[in-house]
Design a protein around this ligand. Structure first.
Ligand code: SAM
Ligand code: SF4
Length: 354
C-alpha cells in the first residue's frame, strides 16, 4: 500500500522548473525513465472524448464534447505514437471515449498495427461497435481487447450506460471471439447496491466464454454525485467471490495495474484493479495522451503537458524533447480517498482515457 507515501513535494511545480541534467538516468539511450527510475514503455492513447454511451460513473448526463479543431487528427495521433515508439514504448492502448466511434478509426489502427517496434497494440472498448469491427481489428494486428461490462441485466445496463443496448455488447463480445481474439478481458466497475450482487454471475459469464475479467474500484474522476455511496473495495468483492470460487492468488502480470487470481481447472483469470486499496504506483510504466493531445503522466493528478502546439508547430525533435521532458513531471503516485464526492481530479475518465 503506497497511498500514504506520495512524494508530490518532490514534483516540480511546472515543466519549466524541470530541466534534466545531461547524463542523468532520465531518458538515457533514448528511453523514457522518470526521476524515480521507472521506465515508461506503455502509452494509453485516447482518440476521442466522444462516446455512444453515457456511463453514470464516467460522464455527466449532459456532456460538452471538444470541438473537432481541438482534437488531434488521426495523423497527429499516429505521429505521437510513432514518436513514443521511437523512445522505447512497446505497448499502446487505444481508448477514449469510445475509440470505435472515431470516424476512419481503422486508418489509424492499420498503421499502428504495422508500426515496427510496437509489440503490443491493444484496445479498450464498450463493445457496442465490435460486431462490425472485431474482424478488421484482428486483421490490423490488434493483439487483445478489453471490453467493459458491468451487468448482465439489460435494464440495469441501460440505467448504468443511460443509453446502451446490452444485447449489442454481448454480440460484440461473441464477434471478438469469432474473429480469433484470445484472452479478451471484461472490465467491470464495481458499484455497491448496483452490480455487486452480479459479480458471481459475471465471473461465470467469463468462464463460460473463456474470457478474463477484472473488477475495478470506482475512481473519483470528474464531478459526479453519489460516488461515495457506491464505492466497494476489491477486498469486499474478493470475499463475495471467494464464497463461490476457489480463487488462488497468482503472480501473473499483464503489464497493467491488475492483480490476478486463478481457479483450478479453469483458464479464466479474475483480476482486481484497486487504485484505492492497493495503489499500483510503484511499478507504473505508463502515461496517457488525451484526445486533445495532453500528456498526463498520472491518472490521479492534474499536471499535464500540452503536446498539441508542439505537434502543430514544432519539429520532430521538439516533439521528442517535449515527451522526454514530461518524465520530469511524472509524480510518484496518486492518492484517491474514499471521499469521492469531492473529485480530486477534475477530468472525467472519458477525457483522460481509461
Ligand atoms: N469507452 C471504452 C470503455 O468503456 O471501455 C473505453 C474508455 S473507458 C473511459 C475505459 C474504462 O474506464 C472502462 O472500463 C470504464 O468502465 C472505466 N471507467 C470509466 N470511468 C471510471 C471511473 N470513474 N472509475 C473507474 N473506472 C472507470
Ligand atoms: Fe463511454 Fe466508456 Fe465512459 Fe462508458 S466508460 S461513457 S462507454 S467512455
Amino acid at each position: 500500500m503506497r497511498n500514504e507515501t506520495l512524494h508530490s513535494e518532490e514534483t516540480p511545480a511546472s515543466l519549466a522548473d524541470f530541466r534534466p541534467e545531461p547524463g542523468t538516468a532520465v531518458h538515457r539511450l533514448g528511453t523514457l525513465v522518470d526521476k524515480y527510475g521507472r521506465h515508461v514503455t506503455y502509452v494509453r492513447l485516447s482518440i476521442t472524448d466522444r462516446c455512444d454511451f453515457r456511463c453514470t460513473y464516467c460522464m455527466a448526463e449532459e456532456m460538452t464534447f471538444l470541438p473537432r479543431s481541438e482534437v488531434m487528427s488521426l495523423e497527429e495521433s499516429l505521429r505521437v505514437a510513432e514518436t513514443f515508439v521511437g523512445l522505447g514504448v512497446t505497448k499502446l492502448r487505444l481508448t477514449g471515449g469510445e475509440p470505435l466511434v472515431r470516424k476512419n478509426v481503422m486508418w489509424l489502427i492499420e498503421r499502428l498495427g504495422a508500426l515496427p517496434g510496437l509489440d503490443n497494440l491493444v484496445l479498450t472498448t464498450n463493445g457496442s461497435q465490435l460486431d462490425r469491427f472485431a474482424a478488421p481489428l484482428k486483421a490490423a494486428g490488434v493483439k487483445r481487447l478489453n471490453i467493459s461490462l458491468d451487468t448482465l441485466d439489460g435494464e440495469r445496463f441501460r440505467q448504468i450506460t443511460r443509453i446502451g443496448d446490452l444485447n449489442k455488447v454481448i454480440r460484440g463480445i461473441e464477434a471478438a471471439t469469432q474473429a480469433g481474439f484470445r484472452r479478451t478481458k471484461l472490465n467491470t466497475v464495481m458499484m455497491r447496491g448496483v452490480n455487486d450482487h452480479e459479480f458471481v454471475d459475471l465471473v461465470r459469464f467469463a468462464i463460460d466464454r473463456g474470457l478474463d475479467i477484472s473488477f475495478i474500484e470506482e475512481m473519483p474522476l470528474g464531478e459526479i454525485q453519489g460516488r461515495s455511496t457506491t464505492y466497494i473495495s476489491s477486498e469486499d468483492a474478493l470475499s463475495i467471490l471467494a464464497r463461490h470460487f476457489d480463487l488462488r492468488p497468482s503472480d501473473e502480470n499483464s503489464g497493467g495495474p491488475a492483480r490476478y487470481w486463478r481457479m483450478p481447472g479453469c483458464d479464466t483469470r479474475v483480476g482486481f484493479i484497486s487504485p484505492h486499496s492497493h495503489n499500483f504506483c510503484d511499478s507504473c510504466n505508463r502515461v496517457r495522451i488525451t484526445a486533445k493531445g495532453e500528456l498526463y503522466p498520472c491518472l490521479g493528478h492534474n499536471d499535464a503537458l500540452n503536446l498539441l502546439p508542439v505537434l502543430r508547430k514544432g519539429s520532430e525533435a521538439d516533439l521528442r524533447q517535449a515527451i522526454m521532458d514530461s518524465m520530469g513531471i511524472k509524480p510518484f503516485g496518486h492518492d484517491f480517498t474514499h471521499q469521492m464526492n469531492n473529485p480530486q481530479v477534475i477530468r472525467f475518465m472519458s477525457m483522460t482515457g481509461g
